[in-house]
Design a protein around this ligand. Structure first.
Ligand SMILES: NC(=O)c1ccc[n+]([C@@H]2O[C@H](COP(=O)([O-])OP(=O)(O)OC[C@H]3O[C@@H](n4cnc5c(N)ncnc54)[C@H](O)[C@@H]3O)[C@@H](O)[C@H]2O)c1
Length: 443
């Protein structure tokens, strides 16, 4: 007699399995692309009906994900989006890509994961594989997801399969697509691991199976903690070297010529994005349950959160050089997104800079070629809907100081240098894209 696992493996191997993706955002959409390219049919589920309508109409709402992809998927009949969860019962594999933020007390907020899993449990049937891709703390798949799924009355590893496979997508990175990044897979049990590997190896360049969900969960948090800690280190060094009259960017570029033992990280105005400022605190939270502290994470958080203040001091200094006060000065922030060449503003330090500068009485505008209007941010709702200022020589001349917060390639830095009174550069953008200028105060 053919087992449920064998039936599912056959569907995965002959690509007749239907792949369901829950959460159609920065992670979910590239994953769908990977599966459609690998010859599967995909169904996307999102609670946001506007996103569902937009996708079914062949239109993307994320700048670096072309509408052409979406309309090709829809036209080929290989993809449809829905906000009707019952349709996901058709899917043989369900990949969960929903947000995992922090709550107001900076503890993990698993609301979206729990809600997704509750919906899956309602229609869970024999022969389905459920995989969590959202970043979280070790133990989530086993301790949070499994008890909810158990309510469906099926047996994990026999009737249905459960795994964790962290997403490593790097939006805006032209060198790596979802399909091109090696993927960790941790199954709840041996059968779940086998099925999950069979699913991912069809679409992703390389699969690295690990011995448990917990190892895969921990590895993802370690990857992002490593970045947070290293960024904090160079942010701290930036302040020290600044006092010593040494350019930290030159130092890092020199150090990175060592072919081993050093990986370059660069300083900036603070941390942004949905991952690096948040994920390490998932680990801190779980460590506290073991009465342990994550001192590196706390220290890195403290240093990175303090960076906007340092940058604002540099703006004060730059204006002071021109015998001007911050109060009443006009400041143009270049870059609202948290990193170059994307439209994602989540957790962006630009909003903190904006708020701090205004608190000193500055009149602040922003320009961002990727973010035509400021999105609504939970912590900075006052900026929602404010429009990006179009820049030209005449416009740049009107500002007392231009503050570079994000180094988007699309900005004409030559024009900015030629027309700005003074520039505070927290990304070393002018040197990178234009060259040295005595109008620049590095921050
Ligand atoms: N963005 C990145 O660069 C990146 C990289 C690696 C990992 N991750 C992780 O991936 C996860 C998703 O991140 P993202 O950037 O794609 O988020 P996102 O906000 O872009 O997308 C999440 C989507 O989930 C939807 N959603 C919320 N609750 C839902 C539910 N119950 N059912 C179905 N859909 C629901 C939202 O409407 C949204 O469209 C997070 O855990 C994040 O940490 C993100």
């Amino acid at each position: 007699m053919t087992t449920t696992k064998e039936t599912l493996l056959k569907k995965l191997n002959d690509r007749t399995a239907k792949v369901g993706v829950m959460g159609l955002g920065y992670v979910g959409l590239p994953l769908i692309q990977a599966y459609i390219r690998a010859g599967f049919t995909a169904i996307g589920y999102d609670v946001d009906a506007k996103k569902v309508d937009s996708l079914n109409a062949g239109s993307s709402y994320i700048e670096h994900i072309p509408s052409q992809w979406i309309s090709d998927w829809v036209k080929s009949g290989k993809f449809s989006a829905t906000s009707d969860m019952n349709r996901l019962s058709d899917a043989d594999a369900i990949l969960i890509c929903v947000p995992t933020p922090l709550n107001e007390s900076r503890d993990p907020d698993l609301y979206y994961v729990e809600e997704s899993v509750k919906l899956i449990a309602k229609t869970l049937r024999k022969g389905q594989l459920v995989v969590l891709e959202s970043t979280t703390y070790p133990g989530t798949t086993r301790d949070v997801m499994l008890p909810i799924l158990d309510k469906a009355g099926l047996t994990v590893g026999e009737d249905y399969f459960l795994a964790y496979s962290p997403e490593r997508e790097d939006p805006g990175n032209a060198d790596y697509s979802s399909a091109g990044i090696p993927k960790l897979v941790g199954g709840y049990d041996a059968a779940s691991a086998e099925v999950a590997v069979a699913l991912y190896e069809k679409a992703i360049v390389k699969i690295i199976p690990v011995s448990s969900c917990e190892v895969a969960e921990a590895a993802k948090v370690v990857e992002n903690t490593y970045r947070s800690v290293n960024i904090a280190m160079v942010n701290e060094l930036k302040i020290i070297f600044d006092k010593m009259g040494i350019d930290v960017w030159e130092v890092i570029n020199a150090a990175k010529t060592k072919p081993f033992g050093f990986q370059a990280f660069f300083p900036g105005p603070g941390l942004g994005g949905h991952c690096i400022p948040i994920d390490p605190f998932y680990l801190s939270w779980v460590a506290r349950k073991y009465s342990l502290q994550t001192r590196f994470i706390e220290l890195a958080g403290e240093i990175n959160i303090g960076m906007p203040k340092w940058v604002v001091q540099k703006v004060l200094f730059a204006l002071n050089k021109q015998k001007k006060a911050l109060n009443g000065s006009r400041i143009l922030i270049l870059g609202l997104a948290y990193k170059p060449d994307v439209d994602d503003c989540r957790e962006s330090p630009s909003f903190v800079l904006w708020e701090q500068l205004e608190s000193y009485g500055a009149k602040v505008d922003y320009h961002d070629p990727h973010c035509p209007s400021a999105p609504k941010m939970r912590e900075h709702p006052q900026f929602a809907g404010i429009k990006s200022v179009a820049i030209s020589p005449e416009v740049i001349k009107q500002y007392d100081c231009v503050l570079i917060a994000t180094d988007h390639k699309k900005v004409d830095y030559k024009m900015v240098v030629e027309n700005a009174k003074i520039i505070v550069d927290s990304r070393n953008a002018i040197e990178k894209f234009f060259g040295a200028s005595d109008k620049v105060v590095k921050a």
